[in-house]
Design a protein around this ligand. Structure first.
Ligand code: SF4
Length: 376
């Protein structure tokens, strides 16, 4: 069962979100008002820790400073447009950005972990055939602050975990698998994850962060060069170039061999095993020949395969795989010495395909707006 929860956030202001103001600019702004540099961290910390939704709530700041901050910045540049909660405790948020675009983010709570799945772009330029996010292409990259705000808002929804120091709710893991191709916005993503990893930020270290990609070889290498222990997940979805180009059209510019070579370099540099994600589309990429090809591609590689059985989605011409075909994939890949798992889909009752809920909300709002115009 899905419940739509009431919203409590204030309307979006058009002032810059504070998490998008570089620390040195904020310190300079504070210095002009005779305030010490330490105030910059004090202010950011309250937003990141979820202690203040408004400057007015920052009671440890002078009243005049709170008013000046509110006149120049907003604590959050996003607002929650829709909040759905599934019976398995998965939350899905649609956030409205300052330019009225919308994105999605998801909180998955499982086995004592609270994982935030965030978006990195408005729309997506990769065009995977089963994904609603890519239907209209990419509109723009998200800013550092917009990515951090997703994490803060999801962390504020967690119910099970608490940090030892201030008993605040806690996010334990991040997966960058929402709307957009994360490696197409890599510099801003790395900047956001640096804040997320800081003990004064969200305290989520690189080993608890998974970055997903359809496979941009040069960017995979750049990620490896960052020297951080992020976990890389490559969305493979097919075991040969012809089929992969049908499912992930950008594959025609890269091809599987170049992606695997970059992923091998990532493993060599970071020592972190690469995961290959494989959405199993009934009858399309789950037949015995596909299983053999997939096993052949990954034999000898230190890799893990996540098989994600497709769930029927209205309007899309794909179907759930048969149990026998799924079992065949698992057995063939396992026999080749590659670790493999079937991944459960959490929150499947909430428009769960990537980007689907955002489109539903946009369609609802467009219909409402047309209805309002019709009545005027
Ligand atoms: S699955 Fe990911 S990479 Fe592919 S179109 Fe959707 S958001 Fe983009």
């Amino acid at each position: 069962m899905t419940a739509e929860l009431p919203l409590a956030t204030a309307p979006t202001a058009l002032r810059p979100g504070l998490l998008d103001v570089p620390a040195e600019d904020l310190r300079a702004w504070l210095a002009e008002r005779g305030q010490p540099p330490m105030r910059a961290n004090q202010i950011r910390r309250q937003i990141l820790a979820g202690r203040a939704e408004s400057f007015d709530a920052m009671s440890d700041l002078p009243k005049l400073l709170r008013a000046e901050l509110a006149a120049s910045f907003s604590t959050f540049s996003t607002r929650i447009e829709k909040h759905l909660k599934a019976s398995d405790d998965t939350h899905k948020l649609v956030l409205r950005l300052h330019d009225d675009r919308m994105i999605e983010c998801v909180l998955i709570q499982d086995d004592g972990r609270a994982t935030g799945c965030i978006s990195t772009q408005v729309g997506c330029g990769m065009g995977c055939v089963f994904c609603a996010s890519g239907l209209n292409g990419v509109v723009r990259n998200l800013t550092v602050g917009e990515m951090l705000e997703q994490l803060v808002r999801l962390r504020n929804l967690t119910d099970a975990n608490t940090t030892r120091d201030d008993r605040a709710p806690r996010l334990t893991n991040i997966v960058v698998m929402g709307m957009g191709e994360p490696l197409a916005n890599l510099d801003s993503l790395l900047a956001a994850l640096a804040v997320a990893g800081d003990k004064n930020g969200l305290g989520i270290g690189a080993r608890h962060v998974t970055i997903s990609t359809v496979g941009l070889p040069a960017k995979i290498r750049q990620l490896a060069e960052s020297g951080k222990q992020y976990h890389l997940a490559v969305s493979l979805h097919a075991p040969n170039d012809v089929l992969r180009t049908r499912i992930v059209p950008t594959n025609d510019k890269t091809g599987i061999p170049a992606i695997l070579a970059a992923a091998d370099e990532f493993f060599a540099k970071t020592g972190r095993q690469v995961t290959y994600e494989y959405v199993v589309l009934g009858g399309l990429n789950d037949q015995p020949e596909h299983a053999k090809q997939l096993a052949g591609l990954l034999t000898g590689r230190k890799a893990h395969v996540n098989l994600i059985p497709w769930n029927d989605v209205e309007g899309l011409p794909y179907s759930r795989p048969q149990e026998d075909d799924l079992r065949g994939l698992v057995e063939t890949v396992r026999k080749a010495g590659v670790s493999v798992k079937i991944r459960k889909r959490k929150g499947s009752e909430i428009d769960a395909a990537c980007g689907q809920l955002r489109r539903t909300v946009e369609a609802e709002l467009t219909t409402e707006a047309q209805g309002n115009r019709g009545g005027a």
